[in-house]
Design a protein around this ligand. Structure first.
Ligand code: SF4
Length: 436
């Protein structure tokens, strides 16, 4: 099969994996090498649905011996198949890099023959890139659950980031839709990567030249909406992954309906993108705003309100804590005000050292008051224009999002796009910047 055809098939097949992003890696070029993982700032381009586009994102193969019901690459699905050789992966990456199309590589794979065989091919691909082509750009690779930990270790020494995709948020979900997979075989490599990262950091403190191991950390992907799991169980799982496995990111991927006779799959015809968006917002709240999963949702309210964002929802459910006085509230309290993000809270803290702030001062600081005005006072004055009543404010905030349209263009960009489908930055700004 021609390389171009393979590329079409295997870049198309990779679009369902959203667990790629930049960051964290400080890999520098060498005198005789090519590429630079730090200065080229990998992955700061995003498609309009928030997915990164500046890596060459491909599967090594889409032949799969597994039959996960939600996946287009499952063995029982009749789709065109292809496999790259490790040399082809390395050659393509270098060619694309030299032409300035990409800044790095995101390499994932279906399971061809068995996990070890697949992991070996992935390892060979990055080994050729790093040693023969002396490529020092960013590489994010998938660790294959069930493969030998030695192979994962060798690969981890060559790449910047690894991810082990959990995909389905619960053991029940796995049993229903991916019975060949086991939770434990997914968590085992994740635990191993985490301990190797910690060990390498320790060793580097003593011996500076200790080889790196996955310097940009690990990430995972959860599929949203393929199983009946609630948002609460999803964000609880994310919280645990951040705490116990020190993941850099959990990515959420709305289930893209596939043609299948499996009765366990939900009968939907569009990916639940608004739900995915709310989970990304909640994820930011867990990582940067000091919220716990249990504060955001509970058993009696296990799913996010699609009409207001999770922080506003929390504030409305805790309206007795508001309004907060902008000139006195501590940083952590400011962060809990809907509409005030990390940068805004920092600006307020700095500015109020100089003077007492009123609404005009906040506007001059560039603070967006559309939502925040309902939850704050400035010099004791409330400018929300409504009684501090959760129902009234919820209605006002819901009006605010009535025009929110996330139903368009959910597909990841093709590597062969028409010009008019190139990415734009628009209404997923919040999920990227985290200013919630
Ligand atoms: S193992 Fe991965 S590629 Fe294979 S069917 Fe399952 S989800 Fe798809």
């Amino acid at each position: 099969m021609e390389l171009q055809k393979k590329l079409e098939i295997l870049s198309g097949a990779a679009k369902y994996d959203v667990s790629c992003s930049s960051s964290g890696s400080k890999r520098k070029n060498t005198k005789v090498g090519i590429g630079n993982g730090s200065s080229c700032g990998i992955c700061h381009s995003w498609s309009d649905d928030g997915r990164c586009i500046s890596l060459l994102k491909i599967l090594l193969t889409n032949y799969c011996v597994y039959d996960c019901a939600y996946c287009v690459n499952r063995i029982s699905n009749d789709v065109p198949r292809a496999t790259f050789t490790p040399e082809e992966v390395a050659g393509l990456t270098i060619n694309f890099y030299k032409r300035n199309y990409i800044e790095g590589l995101f390499l994932s794979s279906a399971i061809i023959k068995n996990p070890n065989y697949t992991m070996e091919l992935l390892y060979q691909s990055v080994k050729i890139l790093r040693t023969q082509h002396r490529f020092n750009g960013y590489i994010h690779i998938k660790a294959i659950p069930g493969s030998d930990l030695n192979l994962i270790e060798l690969t981890g020494q060559l790449v910047d980031r690894m991810s082990v995709n959990i995909e389905l948020p619960s053991s029940n979900g796995l049993k229903m839709l991916a019975p060949q997979k086991e939770k434990q075989s997914i968590l085992k490599p994740m635990g191993f990567i985490n301990s190797k990262i910690l060990q390498t950091k320790e060793e580097k403190r003593i011996v500076k030249k200790t080889p790196s191991f996955v310097p940009a950390g690990q990430s995972t992907q959860l599929i949203v909406g393929a199983t009946p799991d609630h948002d609460l169980s999803i964000i609880r799982l994310s919280e645990k992954l951040y705490q116990h496995y020190r993941l850099k990111r959990v990515y959420y991927s709305a289930y893209v309906p596939v043609t299948s006779q499996n009765p366990n799959l939900p009968a939907i015809n569009k990916p639940p993108l608004l739900r995915e968006h709310r989970l990304y917002q909640a994820d930011w709240l867990l990582r940067f705003y000091g919220f716990s999963a249990q504060e955001l949702l509970n058993e009696s309210m296990p799913n996010f309100d699609t009409k207001v964002d999770p922080k506003a929802n929390w504030a409305l459910n805790n309206i007795h804590l508001f309004p907060v006085e902008i000139n006195r509230a501590d940083y952590e309290t400011l962060l809990r005000v809907p509409g005030i993000g990390v940068r805004s809270a920092q600006k307020i803290i700095r500015a109020r050292k100089v003077k007492s702030l009123d609404m005009d001062d906040l506007k001059k600081l560039g603070i967006v008051l559309k939502r925040a005005k309902f939850f704050i006072t400035c010099k004791g004055k409330y400018n929300g224009g409504l009684d501090i009543n959760d129902k009234l404010i919820r209605y006002a905030l819901t009006d605010d999002v009535k025009t929110y349209d996330i139903t368009t263009q959910w597909e990841q960009l093709s590597l062969f796009p028409m010009l008019d489908s190139m990415p734009t930055l628009n209404d997923n700004f919040m999920s990227i910047t985290g200013e919630i």
